[in-house]
Design a binder for this molecule. Structure first.
Ligand code: KIV
Ligand code: NA
Length: 264
């Protein structure tokens, strides 16, 4: 099996082959996704929510994310591992972004970075690409800007469609190897996908994107709580794990576990 590289994603776009991306935040989970053949893993700043328990992705730091990247890279040797640049670590200038991205590559072992924004970050994308860092862009709903976007809502409706298309073209021209589109009407996402030569990765952006991404805890129903419309549960891992913990505790209380077969 080959190691996934950005060129392979480009070839899949040309061939019309769709692929799936998942988030991962630790060694053991990354290893399972590697075994499942997932070609691209994202150490998302969604770790803010699902690993650290923050309400938004705004507070997470580079120091909180880099150790997670290390674990994922070790667990999934064939995956292309993309690391999210956290809020406040790249918006100041292309130089700030470069310094942050270099930390993710050198200290984390990431193969690429992702950052949020379209036209407004195109200079930054160009700077990173010129330095040899593959960049995945992220447009549409960008969670780090939740405070200016007015909450979790679909982007690119009505007149905003033109700006979304302009953002997609800008990140491609700046050299991004791929672009995530989050919560964008399916028809618009399809239009952008056909217009671009780089692969689009949808989340809440319909079936016409070149690839899809989900937070793995959403994909596997690991967490309880309300589920976004764009999420599908492919397993009930949360119920399984809660049941396992309860069953274990119950057997310990009743003196059933450990049995003679577990004892020396
Ligand atoms: O942080 C994240 O998990 C993401 C994906 C959902 C695209 O940015
Ligand atoms: Na993210």
């Amino acid at each position: 099996r080959r190691k996934t590289r950005v060129q392979h994603l480009q070839q899949m776009k040309a061939a019309g082959d769709r692929w799936a991306m998942l988030t991962a935040y630790d060694y053991s989970t990354a290893k399972l996704f590697e075994e499942a053949g997932i070609p691209v893993l994202l150490v998302g700043d969604s770790a803010a929510n699902v690993v650290y328990g923050y309400d938004t992705t705004v507070p997470i730091t580079v120091d909180e994310l880099i150790p997670l990247v290390r674990g994922v890279v070790r667990g999934a040797p064939h995956a292309l591992v993309v690391a999210d640049l956290p809020f406040g670590t790249y918006e100041g200038s292309p130089q700030q972004a470069l310094a942050t991205a270099i930390r993710f590559m050198k200290e984390g072992g990431a193969h690429a970075v992702k950052l949020e924004g379209g036209e407004r970050v195109s200079d930054t994308i160009a700077t990173l690409v010129a330095a040899g860092i593959p960049v995945m862009a992220h447009i549409g709903f960008t969670p780090q800007s939740v405070n200016t976007l007015g909450g979790f809502r679909v982007q690119g409706r009505g007149d905003a469609a033109e700006q979304l298309i302009a953002d997609a073209i800008a990140v491609q021209e700046a050299g991004a190897f791929s672009v995530v589109m989050e919560m964008v009407p399916a028809e618009l996402a399809g239009q952008v996908t056909r217009k671009l030569t780089i692969p689009t990765v949808g989340i809440g952006a319909g079936a016409d994107c070149d690839a899809q991404v989900l937070v793995w805890q959403d994909m596997a129903a690991y967490t309880s709580g309300k589920t976004a419309k764009f999420v599908k549960h492919f397993a009930q891992v949360g119920d399984q794990l809660r049941g396992a913990a309860a069953g274990y505790a119950d057997e310990v209380r009743r003196g059933v576990f450990p049995g003679p077969e577990h004892s020396f």
